[in-house]
Design a protein around this ligand. Structure first.
Ligand code: GLN
Length: 541
């Protein structure tokens, strides 16, 4: 019988609940258990696909094409749990299902209500996410306890636990212990109040994980235990990490959190796993042999969460190359106003990420040109690849009005275009190419060498594609198509062989990089940035 862990958060948002959930998943996997991971989000959007990255951060895409919360990225980076469209439910997704059933007449004349209809649907959603053979299903409940909108979720998990044996379900509550500088004190009151809110709705947490800036002293632990009705040894400290989020599982393990969970859920005993490779990876992050500066030229650069998986992938690639990545985060619009030389001079690699809408596109195109002409290693992801194609068309093929039909519907030369079969789909989101597609790589290309494979699966999230009408002209002028989706005849990877490293991919490799298995394209991009012989000519633009 599968065991359940429910993870809630209190006091403030952005406490790192996703990271903590992922870390717990990793520690349980280390004990030989199979975990499944799920996030419940209390907002009303059906999924984050239509939200601005400024609102929500990155939209993470699963193999089966679900557009999900970025916490799922943490789950995949820390565990081997298989994530699907069932791994992320929002209030909107739950309600749409209930309303669909109501219209169909499934409720047989009854009044449809939050309890039991919405809560039943949430319970189904939780059970749907449990993959076969799972030992422990970890479910993170988004939002903060005390919010009106998270109530149905908390009520549903309360009911779920009620229906099970007492050692089948575990409630872990993550809170904040603020430190007041003026009085030099750590305060427990917000934690007490948050736990009391939870108890009001019938949930008594078994384990409290307390985010702190300073060490959690014995008397504080006692106080929290007493007021929150949680045994002292179940009050766990999660102090701010020194240099990397990948320290979190190690720190939690150090305090015996995994053993505590195993004991509470009566999970089989397991030999202690020293996480040797993981610790070695942390050591490499802490003491890199070299540094390389990489520019990320994006539209949502002010918000770190908007490019979460990209930054993490660069960190992984840094570890693989024994290098620290110094990031130069550049707003694409600054490249337009200040110029490429002004903003990019001195960087050893340029990465242009994905995006939607035309704000900043010109800046991205200028950055791409600067990388190509100055022989600076370049990696273009999705829109970044499309910009590389547009730039090459304009400046190498001499097609001055070349553009993507996303940004100029009347361009005479749509080198990036909407595919015919997508035209009739009207819902935003309905016409996107989403999820994993097979990409066949051409022998002898840099992409093929990086992957060391002829076929790879990569995840997509876009509407527009390379326009095959122009393919021959590109290839004749030195931009090689090194990866294609054979089934649909779509260009997936382009590269310039006569350049230290210049690759654009229509997909999102950042969703598949892991700390111990860096993505080959990121790894080779960073390697090139460390060793590339770049042009010494003065900058041109
Ligand atoms: N806006 C582009 C498209 O829809 C690129 C999308 C992306 O970068 N994710 O094709």
């Amino acid at each position: 019988m599968v065991k359940h862990i429910f993870i809630t958060g209190g006091v403030v948002s952005s406490l790192g609940k996703g990271l903590t959930s992922a870390a717990i998943g990793m520690l349980l996997e280390n004990r030989g258990l199979r975990v499944s991971m799920q996030k419940l989000d209390p907002y009303i959007n059906v999924d984050p696909g239509t939200m601005s990255p400024y609102q929500h951060g990155e939209v993470y895409v699963t193999d089966d094409g679900a557009e999900t919360d970025l916490d799922l990225g943490h789950y995949e980076r820390f565990t081997h749990a298989k994530l699907t469209k069932h791994s992320n439910y929002t209030t909107g997704k739950i309600y749409s299902e209930v309303i669909r059933k109501e219209r169909k007449g499934d409720y047989l004349g009854r009044t449809v209500q939050v309890i039991p209809h919405i809560t039943d649907e949430i319970r189904n959603a939780i059970l749907n996410a449990v993959a076969p053979d799972t030992d422990v299903a970890i479910c993170e409940i988004g939002g903060t306890v005390g919010d009106i909108e998270s109530l149905p979720f908390l009520e549903a998990v309360r009911q779920l636990a009620l229906a099970r044996e007492f050692d089948d379900c575990l409630f872990v509550h993550l809170t904040l212990l603020p430190y007041l500088k003026a009085s030099g004190e750590m305060k427990t009151k917000p934690t007490q109040q948050s736990v009391s809110k939870l108890r009001e709705i019938g949930v008594q947490p078994h384990i409290l994980i307390c985010r702190t800036e300073k060490p959690l002293m014995e008397e504080m632990r006692e106080k929290i235990s007493l007021f929150c009705n949680v045994p002292k040894r179940c009050v766990i400290e999660e102090r701010d990490v020194d240099f990397s989020i990948y320290e979190v599982p190690v720190n939690l393990q150090h305090q015996g959190l995994d053993a505590l969970i195993a004991e509470k859920l009566r999970l089989p005993a397991a030999p202690k796993n020293e996480n040797y490779e993981w610790r070695e990876m942390l050591e490499k992050i802490r003491t890199p042999k070299t540094t390389t500066e990489i520019a990320v030229v994006g539209k949502y650069i002010q918000l770190n969460d908007a490019y979460k998986s990209i930054y993490e992938s660069l960190t992984h690639a840094g570890v693989a190359n024994d290098a620290k990545i110094k990031l130069r985060k550049i707003a694409a619009e600054d490249v337009e106003t200040l110029g490429a030389a002004q903003t990019l001079a001195g960087v050893r690699g340029i990465l242009v990420p994905g995006g939607f809408g035309d704000r900043g596109v010109l800046g991205k195109i200028l950055a791409t040109r600067y990388a190509r002409e100055n022989r600076i290693p370049f990696l273009g992801l999705c829109l970044g690849m499309q910009c590389a194609v547009i730039e090459f068309a304009r400046n190498v093929l001499n097609i001055p009005r070349a553009h993507s039909s996303e940004f100029d519907t009347r361009t005479p030369d749509p080198v990036i275009d909407f595919m015919e079969e997508q035209r009739n789909m009207s819902d935003k989101g309905g016409n996107m190419r989403l999820g994993a597609y097979l990409c066949t790589l051409k022998n002898g290309t840099r992409a093929h060498a990086a992957y060391d494979a002829a076929e790879v699966w990569e995840r997509h999230r876009h509407r527009y594609e390379f326009n095959n009408k122009y393919r021959e002209r590109f290839e004749q002028a030195g931009m090689v198509v090194s990866g294609v989706n054979v089934e649909r005849n779509l260009v997936e990877v382009v590269e310039i062989p006569d350049h230290p490293f210049f690759i654009g991919v229509q997909f999102h490799p950042e969703f598949k990089s892991r700390p111990l298995e860096p993505h080959p394209l990121f790894r080779e991009f960073v390697r090139a940035s460390i060793s590339a012989e770049m042009s010494l000519q003065p900058a041109i633009h």
